[in-house]
Design a protein around this ligand. Structure first.
Ligand code: NAP
Length: 279
């Protein structure tokens, strides 16, 4: 079975569009882009286009490649104060001279639609998530859509980044899976992955997950977006792994679209929290 993120994301976008229309809210997302990295520019453009499709307003702030930490923090603070803005997204990676943690910590946690503020990551770990990082959230939504059982199952996540691996491990743990988190120092990665009933790879190493590393019948989620011979390519060797796995996400068309729709859902959530606080 193909876990069709493109199709599921399209369905959720339609539902979100209706929800936004009937909410009477007009949520707004602000993006912050530093420098002129083509990939970052493309990702930001796609996010703005996605906002437009569901009725979320969006505006972009662009800073020069030599911006300082202070410059970026000042822009973030302006956006924090702007009452029209519900969500703030700082496009990563930032240039090396900018201290990323200081920038992420400057974002108002209530507008932190990427869920990277320590406050939001802490809430996730303590079991009361509010704004959850979009990629892990999208993966959980996709698994839920296909009714993949998680409770009691062995889940292996390869990659321990703050934006994907770690929050996903927390979400899978909260869903009662037994989680192993692997990384570049893991000894004998294949023996860990072979134990996985749910296997998620987020390393950015094209086709590094091959059929002998996958348990028969496993559900395999490919987060990776690397390039091989100039072509977008996931971490998973799709051709061989799909013969062993019971379900697998394609690249493109798997996790990517789910990430974007989750960002939009987070923006509506942030708008509701700010504009309709619980009484
Ligand atoms: P990252 O911050 O570079 O983290 C990569 C992780 O992979 C690290 O934890 C690293 O281990 C681990 N790793 C590297 N080599 C390994 C090896 N040989 N064996 C086991 N683990 C290894 O990357 P990221 O931000 O998590 O992104 C990972 C990939 O997902 C990238 O291709 C990125 O473009 C893609 N991505 C896609 C989406 C989407 O929406 N589709 C969203 C986010 C990211 P150490 O911690 O030990 O260094």
């Amino acid at each position: 079975m193909i876990l069709d993120g493109k199709q599921v994301a399209a369905e959720r976008r339609e539902a979100l569009k209706d929800e936004i229309r009937s909410s009477g809210l007009s949520p707004h997302l602000a993006t912050v882009l530093v420098g002129d990295d083509p990939a970052s520019r493309l990702y930001v453009r796609l996010k703005h286009e996605a906002c437009g499709k569901v009725g979320i307003g969006s505006a972009g702030r662009i800073l020069p490649a030599d911006a300082t930490t202070g410059d970026v923090v000042n822009v973030v603070r302006e956006l924090n104060r702007d009452t029209e803005i519900d969500g703030i997204l700082v496009q990563l990676p930032l240039p090396s001279q900018v201290e990323t943690p200081r920038v992420l910590e400057a974002v108002d946690p209530g507008k932190d639609v990427d869920g990277f503020h320590p406050c939001n990551l802490g809430r996730l770990l303590t079991g009361s998530p509010v704004l959850v990082p979009a990629t892990p959230l999208g993966i959980m939504t996709l698994l839920d859509h296909y009714r993949i059982p998680l409770a009691g199952r062995n889940a292996v996540v390869v990659g321990r980044s703050v934006d994907v691996g770690k929050p996903l491990a927390a979400l899978l743990t909260a869903a009662d899976a037994t989680v192993t988190l692997c990384h570049s120092k893991t000894r004998d990665l294949a023996s860990s992955t072979r134990g996985a009933e749910i296997l998620v790879s987020a390393t950015g190493r094209p086709r590094s997950i091959t059929a002998p590393m996958v348990r028969k019948g496993a559900v395999v989620v490919d987060v990776g977006t690397g390039y091989l011979d100039g072509k977008l390519c996931g971490d998973v060797d799709f051709a061989s792994v799909s013969a062993v796995a019971s379900a697998v996400t394609p690249v493109p068309g798997g996790v990517g679209p789910m990430t974007i729709v989750s960002l939009l859902e987070n923006t509506l959530r942030a708008a509701r929290m700010r504009r309709c606080p619980p009484v």
